[in-house]
Write a protein that binds this ligand. Structure first.
Ligand code: HEC
Length: 172
Protein backbone atom coordinates (compact mmCIF):
# COMPACT_ATOMS: atom_id res chain seq x y z
CA UNK A 1 0.00 0.00 0.00
CA UNK A 2 2.83 2.34 1.02
CA UNK A 3 4.51 1.60 -2.33
CA UNK A 4 1.51 2.95 -4.21
CA UNK A 5 1.35 6.07 -2.06
CA UNK A 6 5.02 6.83 -2.78
CA UNK A 7 4.52 6.21 -6.52
CA UNK A 8 1.46 8.50 -6.52
CA UNK A 9 3.37 11.28 -4.73
CA UNK A 10 6.27 10.97 -7.20
CA UNK A 11 3.82 11.10 -10.10
CA UNK A 12 2.14 14.19 -8.65
CA UNK A 13 5.53 15.87 -8.21
CA UNK A 14 6.48 15.02 -11.83
CA UNK A 15 3.17 16.36 -13.16
CA UNK A 16 3.58 19.50 -11.05
CA UNK A 17 7.11 20.09 -12.37
CA UNK A 18 5.96 19.53 -15.97
CA UNK A 19 3.01 21.90 -15.44
CA UNK A 20 5.23 24.61 -13.95
CA UNK A 21 7.72 24.06 -16.77
CA UNK A 22 5.04 24.60 -19.37
CA UNK A 23 3.79 27.72 -17.56
CA UNK A 24 7.33 29.07 -17.44
CA UNK A 25 7.78 28.39 -21.16
CA UNK A 26 4.46 30.03 -21.92
CA UNK A 27 5.10 33.14 -19.83
CA UNK A 28 8.47 33.67 -21.41
CA UNK A 29 7.37 32.98 -24.98
CA UNK A 30 9.48 35.32 -27.06
CA UNK A 31 7.06 35.98 -29.91
CA UNK A 32 4.13 37.38 -27.94
CA UNK A 33 0.60 36.04 -28.02
CA UNK A 34 -2.39 36.97 -30.14
CA UNK A 35 -4.42 38.05 -27.13
CA UNK A 36 -1.69 40.47 -26.13
CA UNK A 37 -1.72 42.36 -29.45
CA UNK A 38 -4.02 45.37 -29.78
CA UNK A 39 -7.38 44.59 -31.39
CA UNK A 40 -8.41 47.74 -33.21
CA UNK A 41 -12.05 47.79 -34.26
CA UNK A 42 -12.96 49.40 -37.61
CA UNK A 43 -12.85 53.21 -37.39
CA UNK A 44 -11.82 53.08 -33.69
CA UNK A 45 -8.76 55.02 -34.79
CA UNK A 46 -8.99 57.94 -37.20
CA UNK A 47 -8.32 56.57 -40.68
CA UNK A 48 -5.12 57.58 -42.43
CA UNK A 49 -5.41 60.67 -44.54
CA UNK A 50 -5.32 59.56 -48.17
CA UNK A 51 -2.98 61.27 -50.55
CA UNK A 52 -4.55 63.33 -53.26
CA UNK A 53 -5.24 61.40 -56.43
CA UNK A 54 -5.62 57.98 -54.80
CA UNK A 55 -9.36 57.94 -55.49
CA UNK A 56 -10.13 59.18 -59.00
CA UNK A 57 -13.12 61.48 -59.30
CA UNK A 58 -12.89 62.03 -63.04
CA UNK A 59 -11.64 59.86 -65.88
CA UNK A 60 -9.81 56.61 -65.21
CA UNK A 61 -10.37 53.07 -66.39
CA UNK A 62 -13.22 52.31 -63.98
CA UNK A 63 -15.41 54.79 -65.83
CA UNK A 64 -14.63 53.65 -69.38
CA UNK A 65 -15.38 50.10 -68.27
CA UNK A 66 -18.96 50.88 -67.26
CA UNK A 67 -19.79 53.69 -69.68
CA UNK A 68 -21.64 53.16 -72.93
CA UNK A 69 -19.08 52.63 -75.70
CA UNK A 70 -20.76 55.22 -77.89
CA UNK A 71 -20.23 57.87 -75.19
CA UNK A 72 -16.48 57.42 -74.68
CA UNK A 73 -14.29 59.83 -76.59
CA UNK A 74 -10.60 59.56 -77.36
CA UNK A 75 -8.56 62.05 -75.33
CA UNK A 76 -6.08 62.37 -78.21
CA UNK A 77 -5.93 65.23 -80.63
CA UNK A 78 -7.61 64.31 -83.95
CA UNK A 79 -5.64 63.79 -87.21
CA UNK A 80 -2.27 63.90 -85.54
CA UNK A 81 0.18 62.18 -87.95
CA UNK A 82 2.79 61.54 -85.24
CA UNK A 83 0.20 59.83 -83.04
CA UNK A 84 -1.01 57.72 -85.95
CA UNK A 85 2.59 56.68 -86.71
CA UNK A 86 2.97 55.61 -83.06
CA UNK A 87 -0.34 53.78 -83.36
CA UNK A 88 1.00 51.82 -86.32
CA UNK A 89 4.08 50.71 -84.37
CA UNK A 90 1.88 49.75 -81.43
CA UNK A 91 -0.47 47.85 -83.75
CA UNK A 92 2.47 45.84 -85.08
CA UNK A 93 3.52 45.04 -81.51
CA UNK A 94 0.20 44.18 -79.92
CA UNK A 95 -2.28 43.24 -82.63
CA UNK A 96 -0.55 42.11 -85.82
CA UNK A 97 0.31 38.64 -84.51
CA UNK A 98 -3.44 37.89 -84.56
CA UNK A 99 -5.00 40.42 -86.93
CA UNK A 100 -2.16 40.33 -89.44
CA UNK A 101 0.12 43.05 -90.76
CA UNK A 102 -2.53 43.80 -93.38
CA UNK A 103 -5.30 44.06 -90.72
CA UNK A 104 -7.27 41.31 -92.46
CA UNK A 105 -7.32 38.83 -89.56
CA UNK A 106 -4.62 36.62 -91.05
CA UNK A 107 -1.97 36.89 -88.33
CA UNK A 108 -0.05 33.71 -87.56
CA UNK A 109 -1.19 33.39 -83.93
CA UNK A 110 -4.75 34.31 -84.83
CA UNK A 111 -5.18 31.27 -87.06
CA UNK A 112 -5.63 29.02 -84.03
CA UNK A 113 -8.67 31.02 -82.87
CA UNK A 114 -12.30 30.23 -83.49
CA UNK A 115 -13.86 32.49 -84.64
CA UNK A 116 -10.86 33.83 -86.55
CA UNK A 117 -9.69 37.40 -85.75
CA UNK A 118 -11.91 40.04 -87.28
CA UNK A 119 -10.89 41.90 -90.44
CA UNK A 120 -10.21 45.33 -88.97
CA UNK A 121 -10.89 47.11 -92.26
CA UNK A 122 -14.26 45.45 -92.69
CA UNK A 123 -17.24 47.78 -92.90
CA UNK A 124 -18.51 46.32 -89.61
CA UNK A 125 -15.40 47.38 -87.68
CA UNK A 126 -15.04 50.70 -89.49
CA UNK A 127 -18.60 51.56 -88.47
CA UNK A 128 -17.90 50.96 -84.77
CA UNK A 129 -17.61 54.12 -82.65
CA UNK A 130 -14.10 54.66 -81.27
CA UNK A 131 -15.34 54.13 -77.71
CA UNK A 132 -16.73 50.69 -78.59
CA UNK A 133 -13.42 49.73 -80.19
CA UNK A 134 -11.70 50.92 -77.04
CA UNK A 135 -13.90 48.70 -74.89
CA UNK A 136 -13.48 45.62 -77.12
CA UNK A 137 -9.71 45.96 -77.08
CA UNK A 138 -9.50 46.83 -73.40
CA UNK A 139 -11.97 44.44 -71.80
CA UNK A 140 -12.50 41.80 -74.49
CA UNK A 141 -15.72 41.04 -76.34
CA UNK A 142 -18.57 39.38 -74.41
CA UNK A 143 -18.68 35.72 -75.50
CA UNK A 144 -16.05 36.57 -78.11
CA UNK A 145 -12.38 35.80 -78.48
CA UNK A 146 -10.82 39.25 -78.50
CA UNK A 147 -8.43 39.16 -75.53
CA UNK A 148 -8.83 41.90 -72.88
CA UNK A 149 -5.65 43.99 -73.19
CA UNK A 150 -6.30 46.70 -70.58
CA UNK A 151 -3.52 45.46 -68.34
CA UNK A 152 -1.14 44.98 -71.28
CA UNK A 153 -1.42 48.24 -73.20
CA UNK A 154 -1.36 51.73 -71.71
CA UNK A 155 -4.64 53.70 -72.09
CA UNK A 156 -3.22 56.34 -74.44
CA UNK A 157 -1.45 53.70 -76.48
CA UNK A 158 -4.80 51.92 -76.98
CA UNK A 159 -6.25 55.20 -78.26
CA UNK A 160 -3.24 55.61 -80.58
CA UNK A 161 -3.90 52.17 -82.07
CA UNK A 162 -7.55 53.12 -82.62
CA UNK A 163 -6.55 56.41 -84.28
CA UNK A 164 -4.28 54.40 -86.57
CA UNK A 165 -7.04 51.90 -87.44
CA UNK A 166 -9.51 54.72 -88.08
CA UNK A 167 -7.00 56.35 -90.42
CA UNK A 168 -6.91 53.25 -92.65
CA UNK A 169 -10.41 53.42 -94.06
CA UNK A 170 -12.06 50.67 -96.12
CA UNK A 171 -9.98 48.35 -98.31
CA UNK A 172 -9.83 49.42 -101.94
C1 HEC B 1 -4.46 36.74 -79.27
C2 HEC B 1 -5.04 37.16 -80.52
C3 HEC B 1 -5.54 38.58 -80.61
C4 HEC B 1 -4.87 39.75 -80.33
C5 HEC B 1 -3.47 39.90 -79.77
C6 HEC B 1 -5.76 40.82 -80.67
N1 HEC B 1 -6.94 40.32 -81.15
FE1 HEC B 1 -8.54 41.39 -81.80
N2 HEC B 1 -9.59 39.70 -82.05
C7 HEC B 1 -9.08 38.43 -81.94
C8 HEC B 1 -10.11 37.47 -82.29
C9 HEC B 1 -9.95 35.96 -82.31
C10 HEC B 1 -11.27 38.21 -82.61
C11 HEC B 1 -12.62 37.68 -83.03
C12 HEC B 1 -13.51 37.80 -81.82
C13 HEC B 1 -14.84 37.15 -81.99
O1 HEC B 1 -15.48 37.35 -83.02
O2 HEC B 1 -15.20 36.46 -81.05
C14 HEC B 1 -10.90 39.62 -82.44
C15 HEC B 1 -11.77 40.69 -82.64
C16 HEC B 1 -11.38 42.01 -82.69
C17 HEC B 1 -12.25 43.13 -83.00
C18 HEC B 1 -13.73 43.06 -83.28
C19 HEC B 1 -14.43 43.28 -81.99
C20 HEC B 1 -15.88 43.42 -82.11
O3 HEC B 1 -16.42 44.23 -81.34
O4 HEC B 1 -16.50 42.69 -82.92
C21 HEC B 1 -11.49 44.26 -82.98
C22 HEC B 1 -11.92 45.67 -83.24
C23 HEC B 1 -10.14 43.83 -82.61
N3 HEC B 1 -10.13 42.47 -82.44
C24 HEC B 1 -9.07 44.70 -82.50
C25 HEC B 1 -7.84 44.33 -81.98
C26 HEC B 1 -6.76 45.26 -81.75
C27 HEC B 1 -6.79 46.73 -82.11
C28 HEC B 1 -5.76 44.55 -81.17
C29 HEC B 1 -4.45 45.07 -80.67
C30 HEC B 1 -4.53 46.06 -79.64
C31 HEC B 1 -6.20 43.17 -81.07
N4 HEC B 1 -7.47 43.08 -81.56
C32 HEC B 1 -5.43 42.15 -80.55
C33 HEC B 1 -7.81 38.07 -81.56
C34 HEC B 1 -6.84 38.96 -81.14
Amino acid sequence: MKKYAVAAIILIIILFVVYEGLLYYDNNFRYGRMWETPAVKPLEETPMKMERGVVPFTGGEALTRISLGSEIRSPLQKNNPAGIEQGKALYLTYCAQCHGKDHDGNGTVGQSFHPLPTDLRSLKVLALPEGELFQSISYGTPNGRQPPLASTIDVLDRWRIIAYLKSLGPRK
